[in-house]
Design a protein around this ligand. Structure first.
Ligand code: NAP
Length: 257
């Protein structure tokens, strides 16, 4: 029970990494506030947690909309009394070299992946500052550190999230708030399945090609990232501040040949 007594807000927790993390955090004793833009996905995550004996509540909000996020945080604080951990997880992919990306697509990726982190943190941080306590986990990606073909908009957002994490940490360290970033490699979630469907005719060849980027022969799974998030959320990581945590099967620091 590494999160016993903690209240946790996870954005985009209706699917993939967010959902897997919500389930793990609840098993570790947290009361989980499951945010998602999709009510059906968010409610399904809550039902899964409750069926396993955990504590969870769904809060619908679009992380790109200030009023929606402010209302979500107000509701969370009214219902639970505090937020000990914020996991800024919601995000979408953006495919294309820079010249292929339409301005509307660029804005959408920036809005969900960066503005969403800004807005959710903006409304949660004053509460954490008041309590002089909190852990914020921002979802970056190993793409913040390496070039990957045809991911210009997505890479720009994840680099920004990593830089934002370091700035936030400097500003809020004095208030007992830790801010760290997760940098996953390719993790097999609906997000990646969709990308494989859109980009390749042969799914087996696509998976084989993904594996050539990494040292591990296994595909990364949502549970692998959830375990890393658990470490950052718990007091076991109390000396980690403003740090990137890689969960990438050896993409960034390894070389296969
Ligand atoms: P996912 O399965 O698509 O889950 C993301 C969730 O966020 C979805 O439930 C989605 O709802 C929700 N969402 C989208 N826009 C939202 C908004 N405006 N407000 C609130 N919720 C919103 O994706 P995932 O693979 O778990 O990715 C989660 C995070 O990890 C993302 O930030 C992603 O960039 C990052 N990441 C993923 C990988 C990977 O390989 N999977 C690698 C590195 C980093 P809808 O389904 O209704 O859109």
């Amino acid at each position: 029970m590494r999160l016993a007594g903690k209240n946790v807000l996870i954005t985009g927790a209706g699917s993939g990494i967010g959902r897997s993390t919500a389930v793990l955090f609840a098993k570790e004793g947290a009361a989980v506030l499951v945010n998602d833009i999709s009510e059906s996905q968010g409610q399904a995550a809550v039902e899964e947690i409750v069926s396993l004996g955990g504590k969870a509540r769904f809060i619908q909000a679009d992380v790109t909309d200030a009023a929606s996020v402010e209302a979500m945080v107000r509701q969370a604080l009214e219902q639970e009394g505090s937020i000990d951990v914020l996991f800024n997880n919601a995000g979408i992919s953006g495919v294309g070299a820079l010249h292929e990306v339409e301005p509307e697509q660029w804005d959408r990726v920036m809005s969900i992946n960066i503005k969403g982190v800004y807005l959710t943190s903006k409304y949660v941080v004053p509460h954490m500052m008041e309590r002089r306590h909190g852990s914020i986990i921002n979802m970056s990606s190993c793409i913040a550190e390496i070039g990957l073909a045809r991911r210009a908009s997505y890479a720009a957002t994840k680099g920004a999230v990593l830089a934002l994490t370091k700035s936030m940490q400097v500003d809020y360290a004095a208030y007992g708030i830790r801010v760290n970033a997760l940098l996953p490699g390719t993790i097999f979630t609906p997000f990646v399945e969709q990308y494989l469907k859109n980009s390749y005719d042969d799914p087996e060849a696509a998976i084989a090609s993904l594996k050539t980027r990494q040292l591990s022969g296994e595909l990364g799974m949502p549970e692998d990232v959830a375990q890393a998030a658990l470490f950052l959320a718990s007091d076991e990581s109390k000396f980690m501040m403003g740090s990137p945590l890689y969960i990438d099967g050896g993409v960034v620091f390894g070389k296969n040949a």
